[in-house]
Design a protein around this ligand. Structure first.
Ligand SMILES: NC(=O)CCC(=O)C(=O)O
Length: 295
């Protein structure tokens, strides 16, 4: 059963219309261990095709390869040009929308750099343009697992990902981060310093720590005065119950819209001018004392 939540207005104009609105849809994909990878890719493709038109669709972390299915990552890993991203690129082209395809287990191409630990595998998020081109990739910098899972099997990403999108409402600068990255405020501060207005954060965040997820998303949005779009997974796979509760957080730290724990779509329109107003009205970032603190 798919739930649908529409965001309430944080700051609608007096007549209810918006200036500079960016319409987004976050798909909280639920899955277990029984659904084959290719079936899930097909199911999610159909879901995106059936959405009302939006500027940007965001999918969760490793929704195809399994956020905690680390035992199979070596065998299911794909090139960024592999089948999963190729299919999602077709969907982006057909629907004419920016599609953040969540993340995949990326394997290094033959002869290409395999990373500093020589593993040749990454947790890589892929942002596709409405023309179906790979516009930007982001390899997750902070690996989750405390010595197991990601840090045992994958390489750590080394580069920030900041990119401008041309949407119907104009240009918007987005930054990419993934799941566990949410616990590292210095990454979000750097994205903010590069002019990011909207952070796109796919995740496979488990239920037992879902309150951390909600709180940290609000903190990252509030302290950097940016939008934070958090798209989590639902269901239970590899023995881990996912937390759901995807949310869209405004630069005020307020939650514009959120989902519960099951599968669902979160559709909302972001007033991008709100960010400028919040920064003008409460210019906290201008009061930083970086040199005093040794930066
Ligand atoms: N997939 C992840 O990065 C999980 C992160 C997590 O569970 C946590 O930070 O807590």
């Amino acid at each position: 059963m798919v739930d649908c939540a529409a965001g309430s207005d944080v700051d609608a104009g007096r007549d209810g219309t918006r200036v500079n609105g960016l319409k987004v849809a976050l798909l909280q994909v639920s899955y277990g261990d029984d659904e084959p990878l290719r079936d899930r890719v097909e199911r999610v493709s159909q879901w995106v095709r059936g959405l009302e038109p939006t500027d940007l669709v965001l999918l969760p972390e490793l929704w195809a390869h399994g956020g905690f299915a680390s035992a199979s990552w070596r065998t299911t890993a794909e090139l960024v040009s592999g089948q999963t991203i190729a299919q999602m690129a077709s969907v982006a082209r057909e629907t004419g929308t920016w599609l953040h395809a969540g993340s995949v287990i990326e394997k290094a191409d033959e002869g290409a750099d395999r990373g500093s630990e020589g593993r040749g595998l990454w947790n890589t998020s892929v942002l596709l343009s409405p023309q179906g081109e790979v516009h930007k990739t982001y390899r997750k910098i902070h690996r989750f697992g405390f010595g197991d899972g990601e840090p045992r099997l994958l390489e750590a990403g080394t580069d920030l990902a900041v990119v401008d999108l041309e949407a119907n409402s104009g240009s918007v600068r987005v930054g990419m981060a993934t799941c566990y990255d949410l616990r590292f405020p210095e990454l979000f501060r750097q994205l903010g310093d590069q002019g990011v207005e909207v952070v796109l954060l796919p995740a496979a965040w488990p239920m037992p720590r879902v309150e951390h997820w909600r709180l940290l998303g609000r903190a990252r949005a509030l302290e950097n005065q940016t939008w934070v779009l958090q798209c989590n997974t639902a269901g239970t796979h590899s023995g881990v119950e996912m937390g759901g509760h995807s949310q869209i957080v405004a630069p005020t730290g307020e939650v514009l819209a959120e989902l519960g724990s099951g599968e669902g779509a979160l559709v909302a329109e972001l007033d991008l001018d709100l960010l400028k107003r919040v920064r003008a009205d409460f210019p906290v970032l201008a009061d930083r004392r970086l040199s005093t603190l040794g930066y």
